[in-house]
Design a protein around this ligand. Structure first.
Ligand SMILES: *[C@@H]1O[C@H](CO)[C@@H](O)[C@H](O)[C@H]1NC(C)=O
Length: 369
């Protein structure tokens, strides 16, 4: 994959059309890298390295269905959506940014994951849980890695092409609700902003960071919407097992704004491509039509305590459920590997209902100069 014999061609722009059909990072339809920004849905170990955070998943039974059956820091029994996407593209799994020594190094030329549990679009989101990388911090870390990427002898295509053809996968917004807007009185957002104003605020902050990435040369973006947070076990636990409709309506405003933003960004930046991942409807479909997916339990976590196993999330050494592929939710907040595989497949080759206006195969195939 990272073929250093191609290094000599890296500076030779006239060869680029040929390189598109060469092996490895040049293969058509496969991005040279995924650049991941997000929260615990896609953190694959960054928070392990943060000394003062409560948001960690580096203990059993997290990871028990992951490759070696060991806890990596993923907030899941197995693969995250990002792992599943790497499988679909034939890319290696992403090292967490904090494992790369923060100056990148060779691993940067595959995929790097900047996602951090408890992080959000707003800097203050999740602050009661301790240390985490907010979106703006994650973007700064990518920017600090650019020199390493540019000067790497492992770059098999030009630096600009590397960034242009990579796909930024962004999974954010859930914590801005769960660990901010909905958490009064710890946070005052709900006093300061109406639901509409708060969704606008998130979209404005998000836009600024997306454009920062665009301005350093990233041109392909998957922006994942927020799922039906009113239906996660920790919400149901405090509503007699039912989904909390008001919460679903709140995140609906954000999702509408994000979808509109994608239209606007595509119109304003014809040299780039942006797509919206319809996480909400995909998860709602799993709740409404569980048979399609082989699910039997949609309202409870597999690992947790109390009502809906959602009152207390998965703790060290708690005994998880046995039939994990039949569960939509792994713990009080996060989907199982089984659900993540479905989400990734839909993002990869789904219809415009799943991912709008391009799926990831189409996004990867797009030629951008
Ligand atoms: C996506 O790919 C899967 C696996 O190859 C296939 O079963 C499915 O029908 C495809 N979906 C669409 C919408 O093309």
């Amino acid at each position: 994959m990272r073929n250093s014999t191609n290094a000599a061609a890296a500076g030779c722009c006239t060869l680029l059309p040929l390189l598109l059909f060469s092996v490895g990072a040049g293969a058509a339809g496969v991005p040279p890298a995924l650049l991941v920004f997000g929260d615990s849905l896609v953190d694959d170990g960054n928070n392990n390295a943060l000394p003062s955070t409560l948001a960690k998943a580096n203990y059993f039974p997290y990871g028990l269905d992951f490759l070696g059956g060991e806890a990596t820091g993923r907030f899941c029994n197995g693969k995250t959506v990002i792992d599943a996407l790497c499988d679909l593209f034939g890319l290696e799994y992403l090292p967490p940014f904090t494992s790369t020594g923060q100056d990148g190094g060779a691993s940067l030329l595959g995929c790097v994951n900047y996602a951090s549990a408890a992080g959000g679009i707003l800097d203050e989101t999740g602050q009661h849980l301790g240390e985490r990388f907010s979106l703006s911090q994650q973007v700064v870390y990518l920017e600090t890695n650019l020199d390493t990427i540019r000067s790497s002898s492992q770059l098999t295509i030009g630096y600009e092409q590397f960034l242009t053809r990579s796909i930024a996968v962004m999974v954010l917004g859930s914590n801005d609700y769960i660990n901010n807007y909905l958490l009064t009185p710890l946070y005052d957002s709900a006093d300061k902003y109406t639901p509409e104003e708060f969704a606008d605020l998130l979209i404005n902050h998000y836009t600024r960071q997306i454009l920062a990435l665009y301005s350093v040369g990233v041109k392909k973006f998957l922006l994942a919407g927020v799922g039906p947070l009113g239906c996660i076990p920790c919400m149901r636990a405090f509503n007699q097992g039912q989904c909390v409709d008001q919460v679903n309506q709140l995140v609906g405003l954000f999702n509408q704004g994000l979808r509109s933003l994608v239209d606007q960004l595509n119109a304003d930046h014809p040299d780039a491509a942006f797509t919206f991942g319809n996480t909400y409807d995909a998860i709602q479909d799993m709740i409404d039509n569980p048979n399609k997916y082989g699910f039997t339990v949609m309202d409870s976590g597999c690992c947790g305590l109390g009502q809906n196993k959602g009152q207390i999330t998965c703790l060290p050494l708690l005994q998880p459920c046995g039939n994990r592929d039949q569960y939509l939710f792994w713990d009080a907040y996060h989907p199982t590997q089984a659900a993540n595989l479905v989400l990734a497949q839909r993002a990869f080759n789904g219809t415009q209902e799943d991912v709008y206006p391009f799926n990831l195969q189409q996004l990867a195939d797009k030629l951008i100069y």
